[in-house]
Design a protein around this ligand. Sequence first.
Ligand code: PAF
Length: 284
Amino acid sequence: MKEKARQARAENRIIGLVPTMGALHDGHASLIARAKRECSPVIASIFVNPKQFGPSEDFAKYPRSFETDCEKLRQAGVDALLAPEAAEVYPKGFSTYVHVEGLSEKLEGRSRPGHFRGVSTVVLKLLEIVQPHRAYFGRKDAQQARLITHMARDLNLDSEIVVCPIVREPDGLALSSRNAYLNREERKAATVLVGALQAAKQELGAGHRDALHLASTLRRKLDSEPLAAVDYAAVVDAESFEPVVRVSCACYVLLAVFIGKTRLIDNLYVEPKAPGSDELVFHL
Ligand code: PAF
């Protein structure tokens, strides 16, 4: 892969990388489509990274559909696939990790200790191998996208990190490989996440900018669903991921909610229409 990428760079081509853990869905397809519009060649990776799963998490049962994924990548016009074995990525004696301080400890990081160390380490390795001009990530994993953008800046990486919109099912559920874990009843209940974000959006649109007010709006909606157990519901600054008191700058409304045993995340991105403007633009 290094040799292929080197060759593409020597030919002055713009390399796009779409890192994934497989179990590809239309969210991944949207990343690939964007990469195809902006780059050639487009390289995808499939690697279920053991280092970003906690000991009691779903590494063993994480959905794997390699053959179907390859067919989807072929149809989407991906030029090359990097699908290494765990032993290649982490050879015996592997002991070098990247840790993005601060961002790694909050919210997702607090609920999933070690998760972001695994993410930043594997993403740095993928970026090092391919050295793409652009690498594409979904905004559903907002904190991951922020962490990777921050790492790329701190480590002077040559890759531009491109964060793409969330893709949703017709009823609003954000696409995720983990949606496959939901039974019928849970699948219906899972729409409570987007429902809560819509309620927050409505409140913001009506001029309620107070984070406590928004948090109680989220809670009320989430608590109305018996199958939902809230891990966190937070309103944070979009750069630092620190809680805000008022929504007056670019912010994320973030949710992590268990539906039965399945942990789902979703978010609403809010930004002022123009610098200093009181009017907000919403990205659900
Ligand atoms: O978002 C994902 O699928 C993974 O966290 C990533 C970025 C491919 C790293 O393993």
